[in-house]
Design a protein around this ligand. Structure first.
Ligand code: BGC
Length: 763
């Protein structure tokens, strides 16, 4: 995208008003229209500016005038609104057809994929993640960043899972709120997406998802709700799909009843790119800005057709005014409206990339805390001083990922591959020998490609595998780096995986490698669960899941493999044994038929399904090992003496019983005893990431309020925490909860959403 609006330097934003005041004096200030007077309340400024806009100018604010912009109104000092992807860093500049412009000043820090961020279970890191992106976005002149993406992982196959925050609404909400707080504190708006339930890419532009109200409210919406009501997110992007027969960009229940009425959202709803289908439904059902419908922009649903409809009296002007008010509200919040009589502030510093070492260090730290150690039988950490030859095997050891995967791609100034990270780490100490092992395919189902671009035959592949086995045999230890990638049909926007297999024959290859050298560490890169053949899984001593680790991935990996960093990630999504165990597959409820998919599993998404149905996963939600050990003791449930017993403080002792410093994610689940309505067996309602020195013990407390006990009651349109017994379960994974306590909620509590509140107080 070409920057048509001037860049702003934060210092100038502060200096320019002061300089102007000095130049023009107070007489000028008195002449200023109310909307330019920053002592006025925002609502008054919005209304004043609104009244000055012509009908055509108002219309120009509710649809795009470029790929990532809406028009400005220069005569009134309203600049263009400039957006960008999101959500893993600031995207490189593209033109209005998404063609890369080839700028040299648009490098950005490529953060690890968001699913990796969720695997840290560290809310401080979520805040740091948003802060890095926010700072770089400001520097690049952006006003709205299109992220975070918080769609719930309903199936491991969804191509965009790597951009999302996992299968659990509570974990997703906590990470999203912190991400947004970090990003918006930089003076830009986050745009949380995709509202709602864009949980599959298959037929995403048309699929009609049938989802019951409770499931929607309890599973698919909580992160959006928390973003609005806790983090004060200023923008929200509606999803491509339909929910219960209406496109999300035109969905009155989602946009009006829930978002604007129940949650009191004051900002703008923009459509996903090209996700609008009708003028009347978009106008009347709550969309505020149409994006991505392309040029000629005057033909967009919310441009010419809307204007003509208004002129013909088909739509109330109040509908347009509400859309514009929201747009101006965001602009005032971001300090973008300026006095048209004086030149807009410009950026005094020459444009430069802002991927600083500090930002890169944050990306690396997040990658390090994201790695999940799934298995370790005394092989990790490796001791570089005692290794002569290390075999690094696998196509992902040399692959780069940041600049791929769809709209979340980033152009980092560099990307450290796994092989580079490991080689740098052991330089001068051990010898590295590399073997590719397998030929990756360009897209799902296609044959692997040889380096010369021709298709690999079965004989080629087996030759490569044999070479890898020979290399493995000759080394002291093998580090295998494989898994998935961002090629079409794998982890990539616009399509889903077709099954959960490791592609390119990696199961067979791994079996061969581990036979050749049992001292094998398997590192898998990818956006979530894959099936793992027991022929290798039962024999490899160590398995590490790395997600997409971002631009510093190779360095982060080396630090974890060689023990400079003790892994502390936990799975933000269940790894089932096989695809057929997943709820959507078991119920034949994915990817849908004849354009419709029924969310038959309802609330039983992820661990809620495996726990309720007693299905053993391969690795459960919340699971992850460490190089040290932790012990949980002395659970104490402390009530504050209130009639309900809430808030409840869950207190316990956590000790590091091993010999290395490390961090543990302590997880708190709530299990209703004999609930009157159907509920998942247990649900995550609190967690704490605790850093402990060897031998150190800490008292940890996690507070639970009524939300932790509530389910959504569509009848009363409220959250209902039912009187009765609850078990409080505490431990280090959803399937390892050594501490159990009992809590009795003394009476039923209703927490109505806003509309119901208003209705009640009016009674
Ligand atoms: C994606 C959005 C993205 C937008 C703009 C759409 O295809 O779904 O997540 O923000 O494109 O690039």
């Amino acid at each position: 995208m070409k920057l048509t609006s001037p860049r702003r330097h934060p210092l100038l934003l502060l200096l320019v008003p002061a300089m102007l005041a000095a130049t023009f004096g107070s007489a000028r200030a008195q002449e200023q229209p109310p909307y330019l007077d920053d002592r006025q309340p925002v609502e008054a400024r919005v209304n004043d500016l609104l009244a000055r806009l012509t009908l055509e100018e108002k219309i120009s604010l509710v649809h795009a005038n470029g790929n990532f912009t809406t028009a400005g109104v220069p005569r009134l000092g309203v600049p263009e609104l400039i957006m960008d992807d999101g959500p893993l860093g600031v995207r490189e500049e593209v033109d209005n057809h998404f063609h890369v412009l080839g700028h040299v000043d648009d490098f950005a820090t490529a953060m690890p994929g968001a699913l990796g961020l969720a695997a840290t279970w560290n809310t401080n890191l979520a805040k740091a993640y948003g802060t890095v992106i926010g700072q770089e976005a400001v520097h690049r002149g952006k006003n709205i960043m299109l992220g975070p993406a918080v769609n719930i992982q309903r199936t491991p196959l969804c191509g965009r899972n790597f951009e999302y925050l996992g299968e659990d609404p509570f974990l997703t909400s906590r990470m999203a709120v912190n991400y947004i707080e970090g990003e918006q504190a930089q003076g830009i708006s986050s745009c949380i997406k995709h509202f709602a339930a864009n949980s599959q890419e298959f037929e995403r532009g048309s699929i009609n998802e049938i989802i019951d109200e409770r499931t929607l409210r309890e599973i698919y919406l909580p992160a959006f709700r928390a973003a609005v009501t806790e983090a004060g997110v200023m923008s929200i992007m509606s999803a491509y799909n339909q929910i219960n027969g209406q496109y999300c960009s035109e969905n009155v229940h989602l946009l009006k009843d829930i978002l604007k009425d129940d949650w009191g959202f004051k900002g703008v709803v923009m459509s996903d790119w090209g996700a609008v289908h009708h003028t009347d439904l978009a106008v009347l059902n709550g969309l505020d800005i149409e994006m991505g419908s392309g040029a000629p922009y005057q033909n967009n649903y919310l441009a010419g057709p809307f204007l003509r409809g208004l002129q013909a009296g088909q739509f109330p002007v109040a509908a347009l005014d509400d859309m514009v008010r929201r747009h101006l509200y965001v602009m005032f919040q971001l300090n973008l409206i300026h006095d048209p009589a004086v030149p807009a502030p410009t950026n005094a510093v020459p444009p430069s990339p802002l991927s600083t070492q500090e930002h890169q260090a944050t990306a690396q730290k997040i990658a390090e805390e994201a790695f999940v150690l799934l298995k370790n039988e005394n092989l990790l950490p490796l001791d570089a001083a005692h290794l002569r030859t290390i075999a690094v095997i696998g196509g992902n050891a040399t692959a780069k990922f940041c600049h791929d995967g769809g709209s979340s791609n980033i152009k980092p100034p560099f990307e450290v591959t796994a092989l580079e990270g490991i080689s740098n780490y052991v330089a001068g100490r051990a010898k590295i020998i590399y073997a590719e092992g397998y030929y990756p395919a360009r897209n799902w189902g296609a044959p692997g490609l040889k380096p010369d671009g021709t298709a690999a035959t079965a004989a080629d592949s087996s030759q490569l595998a044999n070479q890898a086995a020979a290399v493995a045999k000759s080394a002291d230890v093998v580090i295998y780096v494989g898994g998935l990638n961002h090629k079409i049909g794998f982890d990539s926007e616009g399509g889903d995986r077709k099954n959960m297999e490791l592609p390119a024959g990696q199961d067979k290859l791994l079996a061969k490698i581990v036979r050749a050298n049992p001292r094998t560490v398997v590192v898998l890169i990818g956006g979530g669960a894959v099936e793992m053949d027991d022929a290798w899984l039962s024999r490899v001593p160590a398995l590490l899941y790395a997600w997409y680790p971002g631009m510093e991935g190779g360095n982060a990996l080396a630090n974890v493999l060689f023990g400079d960093v003790n892994p502390s990630g936990k799975l933000p999504c269940t790894f089932p044994k096989r695809l057929d165990d997943t709820p959507a597959a078991a119920l034949d409820a994915y990817p849908g038929r004849n354009g419709t998919v029924i969310y038959k599993e309802g609330l039983l998404v992820g661990y809620r399904w495996y726990d309720t149905k007693n299905i053993d996963p391969l690795f459960p939600f919340g699971y992850g090992l460490s190089y040290t050990h932790f012990a949980y003791t002395n659970l104490n449930l402390v009530t504050d003496g209130s009639p309900t017993g809430l808030p409840l403080t869950v207190e316990f002792e956590l000790a590091n019983t091993g010999s290395r410093a490390g961090a543990e994610v302590a997880e708190v689940y709530v299990q209703p005893v004999n609930p009157a309505v159907s509920r998942p067996v247990k649900e995550l309602k609190g967690f704490a990431k605790v850093f402990l020195q060897p031998g150190e013990k800490q008292t940890v407390s996690v507070t639970l309020n009524e939300n932790a006990f509530a389910y959504y009651d569509p009848g009363t349109r409220s959250w209902l925490a039912a009187q009765g017994g609850y078990k409080i379960l505490v431990g280090g994974s959803s399937r390892d909860l050594p501490l159990t306590g009992d809590f009795q909620l003394a009476r039923t509590l209703y927490q109505p959403d806003r509309v119901a509140q208003v209705a009640q107080s009016a009674r």
